[in-house]
Design a protein around this ligand. Structure first.
Ligand code: ADP
Length: 455
């Protein structure tokens, strides 16, 4: 400021002195007047340059006296320009930092597996991530500032937004939902800021399916247990209340034993399934001999065949090359045994059952159980591995089936990275095979000792 006064005084004194030298007193007055005016003109010029610079978009560069010229604004205007420039630079830096933080935050919201929609106080979309766009069928750019109520027409959602009771979530169909492939979304709104809302959406299709499966499973198990239990308790009541003769008593006791055996088998299969679901994956380094596995299961099948078919079955074993499979002896034997007992149970007596182990060209190994039974119609094939799914309910029950056998086989196969394949034609018999991946199969050199390790 002092500098400014000094320059002003200097202008006035120099002009006054020149005026005095040329016309004494009158010259002094004119000199002072002209000096002051010149100073104001110069000062106004600097002020205009500064204003011009402030109005320009290039406030990053320091203002200069003339376009393209070097010297910057002198004196107080130069300082004002410097301070404004520094202030702008700081602001710009702060803005860039907050913009970067905002971008990071939006990136994090983009990465969220849940849909996120930000609504303004009138319910217009301010921002949404890709997941939300997919859930609701929005276009993340085009639909910005559109009313969410205009885009999501589902009545339950409209009612939810209208009542504004956001203490709970609402379940609506997803935008891609079709009757064949229903998609369910759980949508929850939360208030924030001044009247704004945050909409969170979650795809709960899998969750709902799992819940429905759990409900069906409990209902099926209860039904499967209730039937033999009703029979057993009915017989107990009869035995308690009626004076029966020995042959009659024995018959009732036989039937009771059959029903309790049925319950026991069911509980065993349920336990097997739950063990398969809960236990760690089978070892990939413990090797089991295919010959041992086959021999054990074929022996069981022969015993069953003698019990349920007086004339038996023609059971042919084709053990193929001596191999080993990496996995659980107990699980593989249980899967193989389920396939074999099914073949025995569903094939009429004297029918042919062929059990084969084969090493395939691609290195995979395959257990195959082929029968000359009634075969299965194509519409049932894809559902056979569902729990409690039966094609022939009465035949299954008569022969002690639980409806869980093929579900167990499928689980065992999956746990070993193997594939369960089913080929069948009505009247032509069926062929069930489990294909183990090459990594889990190795051929035993002829003469080498096969070691079977129990699971
Ligand atoms: P189940 O205990 O009833 O045999 P599974 O899960 O083992 O249950 O088999 C499911 C259904 O598949 C059976 O009820 C039966 O209808 C059909 N099935 C399985 N194996 C055969 C087969 N070898 N021949 C004909 N039908 C079969």
């Amino acid at each position: 400021m002092i500098q400014r006064w000094v320059v002003f005084a200097l202008c006035a004194v120099v002009a006054g002195a020149i005026g005095w030298g040329s016309a004494a007193r009158e010259g002094l007055a004119w000199g002072l007047l002209l000096g002051t005016a010149a100073w104001h003109l110069l000062d106004g010029f600097y002020a205009r340059r500064l204003l011009g610079w402030l109005r320009s978009e290039q406030s990053e560069e320091a203002p200069v006296l003339m376009a393209g010229a070097q010297p910057r604004l002198p004196g107080i205007w130069g300082e004002v320009a410097d301070r404004v420039r520094r202030l702008l630079r700081n602001r710009h830096q702060q803005y860039s930092e907050s913009q970067a933080r905002l971008d990071e935050l939006l990136e994090a919201l983009q990465a969220s597996p849940n849909g996120v929609v930000l609504l303004d106080d009138e319910g217009r979309i301010e921002w949404c991530n890709q997941t939300a766009a997919q859930h609701f069928g929005f276009d993340a750019r085009r639909d910005i500032l559109q009313h969410v109520a205009n885009l999501v027409r589902e009545p339950s959602f409209s009612a939810y937004m209208a009542t504004a009771d956001f203490s709970h979530e609402v379940v609506i169909p997803g935008s891609d939902s079709t009757p064949a492939r229903p998609i369910k979304l759980s949508v929850h709104a939360h208030r924030y800021g001044k009247g704004r809302k945050l909409l969170l959406s979650r795809d709960i299709t899998a969750l709902e399916q799992a819940e429905a499966m759990r409900r069906d499973f409990v209902a099926n198990v209860s039904h499967e247990i209730r039937t033999p239990l009703t029979v057993v308790s009915g017989f107990i009541e009869t035995l308690q209340n009626l004076p029966l003769k020995k042959p009659e008593r024995d018959r009732y006791l036989d039937l009771m034993a059959q029903q309790s055996q049925r319950m026991q088998t069911l509980v065993e299969d349920l336990l097997t399934l739950s063990r398969l679901e809960g236990s760690p994956l089978p070892s990939a380094t413990e090797w089991r001999a295919t010959t041992t596995l086959l021999a054990q299961c074929v022996q069981e099948a022969r015993a069953l065949s003698q019990v349920i078919a007086p004339q038996g079955h023609q059971l042919v074993l084709e053990p193929g090359p001596e191999c080993e499979i990496a996995g659980s002896q107990r699980e593989i034997a249980s899967a193989l045994s389920n396939l074999l007992t099914n073949a025995v149970r569903y094939t009429p007596e004297t029918g042919l059952i062929r059990v084969t182990w084969a090493l395939l060209a691609d290195g995979w190994g395959e257990f195959r159980v082929q029968d000359s039974g009634p075969g299965i119609a194509p519409e049932h094939l894809s559902r056979l591995t569902e729990r409690f799914y039966r094609v022939d309910r009465s035949r299954s029950r008569e022969t002690g089936g639980t409806g869980l056998g093929l579900a167990i086989v499928k689980h065992v196969a999956q746990r070993h990275g193997a594939e369960l394949r089913i080929k069948s034609q009505v009247g032509q018999g069926s062929c069930f095979s489990i294909r183990f991946p090459a990594a889990r199969v190795r051929q035993v050199q002829p003469g080498a000792q096969v070691q079977a390790v129990s699971a």
